[in-house]
Design a protein around this ligand. Structure first.
Ligand code: THU
Length: 164
């Protein structure tokens, strides 16, 4: 006999919206500025959408990165993963604490904050699991900054090979 069970799972996300850069504390401002600087070195000739990220590690080190595109589109990588994988490669024993992400279009910070793609969210989840520690996100646009307490919350029901 075939049994079907309808299950409803409710997922929710709480975050803080900040309307002014000056409301960030000094270390947050430094991180956002590092991400803005990093965006300048993005290689994005196909999208012209320069994304920069800066991650603060628990030892105080800041690692930055940006999106790197390729004519074979799937070969490129988002700024978030370039940054987190670089941090993993250089400081593998050190957990991330906070990551700032910005996008620059036509030389200007975007109005709205950029929201990380699904593949990057999957990486956030794994990093939080790897270090048994969550890290914050500062998604930064000109109009507002969205602060998310646990990066992995952006991907509920994530792939983990054993359960949904
Ligand atoms: N991109 C990022 O680097 N991070 C995001 O959160 C969204 C998108 C990049 C990928 C591609 O190089 C360009 O932005 C346009 O999608």
């Amino acid at each position: 006999m075939i049994t079907k069970t309808m299950i409803t799972k409710t997922v929710s996300l709480s975050f803080v919206e900040i309307n002014d850069f000056s409301q960030l504390c000094e270390s947050e401002q430094l991180l956002v500025n590092a991400a803005i600087d990093a965006a300048k070195n993005a290689y994005a000739p196909y999208s012209n959408f320069n994304v920069g990220a800066a991650v603060l590690l628990e030892n105080g080190v800041v690692v930055t990165g940006n999106n790197q595109e390729n004519a074979a589109f799937p070969s490129g990588l988002c700024a978030e993963r370039v940054t987190l994988f670089t941090a993993g490669a250089l400081h593998g024993n050190t957990a991330p604490r906070m990551m700032a992400i910005v996008a620059v279009k036509d030389g200007e910070l975007t109005f709205q904050p950029v929201s990380p793609c699904g593949a990057c969210r999957q990486v956030f989840v794994e990093i939080e699991k790897r270090y048994s520690q969550s890290f914050q996100l500062l998604l930064t646009g000109k109009e507002k900054i969205v602060k998310i307490e646990r990066a992995g919350d952006l991907l509920p029901l994530t792939f983990n090979s054993t359960e949904i």
